[in-house]
Design a protein around this ligand. Structure first.
Ligand code: FES
Length: 94
């Protein structure tokens, strides 16, 4: 099984990964539009909006999201999400 990552309103081509693989690793290697900083869920550089089903945030990720994007429940930290199926990623200005 694979998961395809699509990039909203971007010419960047979709990327296919295996479920549970690290987005921080794959998207950086592919030079995708998603930027990363700390990769540990603290800095918020990788804030994106996800369209599709992914497991809910951990309490640590939820705390950061409450500060960065309390108004949008679809916002997530790309370095922390666990991808289990196809999703669309909307890059989000911090
Ligand atoms: S890269 Fe810092 S929170 Fe994701």
């Amino acid at each position: 099984m694979t998961c395809t990552l699509y990039f909203w309103e971007s010419k960047f081509p979709p990327i296919t990964i295996k479920p549970h693989q690290s987005l921080a690793h794959h998207l950086t290697a592919e030079n995708s539009p998603v930027l990363f900083g700390c990769r540990t869920g603290l800095c918020g550089t990788c804030l994106v909006e996800i369209i599709g089903e992914i497991p809910p945030p951990t309490s640590e990720e939820a705390e950061v999201l409450e500060i960065l994007a309390p108004e949008n429940p679809r916002c997530r930290l790309a370095c922390q999400i666990d991808v289990t199926q196809d999703i669309i990623i909307k890059t989000h200005a911090v």
